[in-house]
Ligand binder design. Structure first.
Ligand code: PAF
Length: 300
């Protein structure tokens, strides 16, 4: 299969490496160009090797079976507008980003006729330098449709073909519920680690328990108002497990703040705030975290 990965952040480079054994995978740079490049990859066991790849020119993009877009939520629109007139109508677009609300905000069905899927990954990776990636966490990759579905059997067979010893994909019909669960994890962890400048594991200290519970309670209520049913106790247990399993990780939002980059808070705590306003339900804890991160961004 021909695959174009858009986005050379940690997750983009991780998927490029993992998809390479079974497919022709090119990385799309900002400009279309056909050049060879490489980066160092340290696997989960600490073994380092060099990964060689080509960048995508327009002709390769036209042949792509899959376009995997691993960019921040607020860059997705620009990427889709940039490639939409070049891609084949049968290319499957897969979005991978934190947070929710992108599809509604962009009315993706109006700007693209392609099948668009979203991927939730619990894998983790970290850039040690611009040309050195470290795989820091194993996990699963769930994929579900957001716009213009193709048949379940077809997407399942494509995902089977992509899977290898390095990576497997699971198709889910209920991606929305999984997105809500992932959102609750990001609402509880990301802003708190960024504001307090701590690693994920530090959130296991009792001083954070009350706020994590309030934030998660608001997510459960907002999800319910939107028609999704979440269980508070199960979510709090999952959040504790993620904090424990990723204890040494620095969350993506903390990394953004440390590097003075725009964060995805509008699509995380800000999304809960926005939906709270829509339903006339106050979300003081998420609103406070949203505003604190926006204030930090304003001081860069
Ligand atoms: O955004 C992140 O950093 C991750 O989604 C998570 C799960 C919080 C782990 O660091």
């Amino acid at each position: 299969m021909n695959i174009v990965v858009v986005g050379s952040g940690a997750m983009g480079l991780l998927f490029l490496k993992q998809l390479k054994p079974k497919s022709e995978v090119h990385l799309k740079h900002r400009r279309f160009e056909d050049v060879h490049s490489s980066y160092m990859f340290t696997d989960i066991n600490g073994l380092t090797s060099e990964i060689h790849y080509k960048t995508s020119d327009q002709s390769f993009l036209r042949t792509a079976d899959i376009i995997l877009i691993c960019v921040k939520s607020f860059h997705i629109k620009d990427v889709i507008l940039d490639i939409e007139h070049l891609v084949s109508p049968t290319s499957i677009i897969i979005l991978m980003h934190n947070g929710m609300g992108v599809v509604e905000e962009l009315s993706l069905e109006k700007i693209s006729k392609n099948p668009i899927y979203t991927m939730l990954s619990t894998q983790a990776a970290r850039k040690l330098s611009p040309k050195h990636l470290r795989h820091t966490g194993l996990g699963i990759n769930q994929i579900g449709n957001v716009v213009n579905p193709i048949s379940d059997s077809k997407i399942e067979s494509i995902l089977n073909n992509l899977s290898s010893a390095d990576i497997t994909f699971e198709f889910t019909q209920d991606i929305s519920l999984q997105q809500w669960k992932k959102l609750s994890i990001n609402c509880a962890i990301n802003a708190l680690t960024a504001i307090n400048d701590v690693a994920n594991g530090d959130l296991s200290a009792p001083q954070y328990d009350e706020l994590i519970e309030k934030v998660t309670r608001e997510v459960v209520t907002v999800a319910q108002l939107e028609g999704a049913s979440l269980n508070l106790a199960d979510l709090l247990h999952t959040i504790k497990t993620v904090i424990h399993n990723t204890s040494a990780n620095s969350s993506s939002m903390r990394e953004d703040v440390l590097n003075k980059r725009r964060t995805e808070v509008e699509y995380i705590n800000g999304y809960i705030h926005k939906l709270g306003v829509k339903h006339g339900y106050l979300t003081p804890s998420n609103t406070q975290l949203f505003e604190q991160i926006k204030n930090i961004e304003a001081c860069y």
